[in-house]
Design a protein around this ligand. Structure first.
Ligand SMILES: [Zn+2]
Ligand SMILES: [Zn+2]
Length: 318
């Protein structure tokens, strides 16, 4: 008895469901499926991100004339390329087939519409991700990976260009050349870079043709005697201190930004970005953690001291 009732109930429900569609059809009218652009029944309805639907050709006409990717009704921007809402189209075509057919015929005769639809579709095709033999690339993943690849390629090209352009210049730099191989001219170059005060002793170094090998053997006593005759003991000490530094490193220590860049190409590239995005913090970091190697060369390069002032400062310091 109970089973019979359940069966009866299910049958009733099935009957209601079967008849539901015509019921809805009778209650619905063309006015429920109007396009808010042309106020006719929706043909190939295309639903945008905002949820509003328009005839595809109405959207194409609007897009061609406005050149804006936005909803004609609420002006919200739409992303990607809008597609036909297949479910909505099928429902409308089933419910109001005559009205839709009539509209389609009218539209087909309009050459403006055909042109706009073609332009709109071409825009859509350009937006689509590339199709390869392996099938269609996932639009999100493909876009992301090709973006990363492009970025990496750009970085590689910049690094290579940077590397090659600086190579030629770097070969002459003493920061790369062992002291023992320095020529007499290069020793003079090193001496000049110690400061304007050191230039006074250039002549004697030139006369003696002091090359790298000879420089390494010189002691403070040698500098006191002829032909160097460096009488200022502070100058002697300064030269000896620099010479010790060169002996320890085997090459000239970097003293300006270009030499620093030649010795630490990776770090200087990193510093370039750090200084660009956060100059104060980067300078503080250099001051605290990299004073002699990076901070001082940086300051010396951007604030070159006047010669006379420099001499005063050196005299005070030494
Ligand atoms: Zn329309
Ligand atoms: Zn909208």
């Amino acid at each position: 008895m109970e089973e019979d009732e359940t069966l009866q109930g299910e049958l009733e429900r099935a009957k209601v469901e079967t008849h539901a569609a015509p019921e809805i059809g009778r209650r619905m009218s063309v006015s429920d499926f109007l396009c808010h652009c042309c106020y006719g029944i929706l043909v190939n309805p295309t639903t945008l991100n905002c949820g509003h639907s328009f005839c595809r050709h109405c959207l194409a006409l609007w897009w061609v004339s406005s050149k804006k990717n936005e909803c004609p009704e609420c002006r919200e921007k739409w992303e990607g390329f809008p597609k036909i809402n297949i479910l909505l189209r099928d429902v409308i075509e089933k419910l109001f087939s005559d009205a839709v057919e009539q509209r389609k015929e009218d539209i087909q005769q309009n050459s403006d519409v055909a042109r706009s639809l073609a332009t709109f579709q071409k825009y859509g095709n350009d937006q689509m991700p590339t199709v390869t033999n392996t099938g269609r690339i996932n639009p999100r993943g493909g876009g992301f990976f090709s973006g990363v690849l492009t970025a990496l390629t750009c970085v590689a090209v910049v690094l290579l260009g940077y590397h090659w352009s600086s190579r030629e210049f770097e070969e002459d730099l003493l920061v790369h050349k062992p002291v023992a191989k320095w020529t007499a001219e290069e020793v003079i170059l090193w001496l000049e870079q110690l400061g304007p005060w050191a230039s006074h002793y250039k002549e004697s170094f030139l006369l003696e043709k002091v090359n790298g090998r000879l420089l390494l053997t010189l002691t403070e006593e040698d500098f006191m005697k002829e032909p160097y005759s460096i009488e200022n003991s502070n100058h002697r000490k300064a030269i000896m201190a620099e010479l010790e530094c060169v002996k320890t490193l085997g090459v000239k220590p970097p003293q300006n930004l270009w030499e620093y860049k030649a010795v630490n190409p990776g770090k200087s590239l990193f510093l370039l970005y750090a200084l660009k995005s956060s100059p104060r913090l980067s300078m503080l970091y250099l001051y605290l953690f990299d004073y002699t190697e990076a901070f001082l060369p940086f300051i010396h390069t951007i604030c070159p001291t006047q010669e006379d002032k420099y001499e005063d400062v050196v005299t005070k310091l030494l």
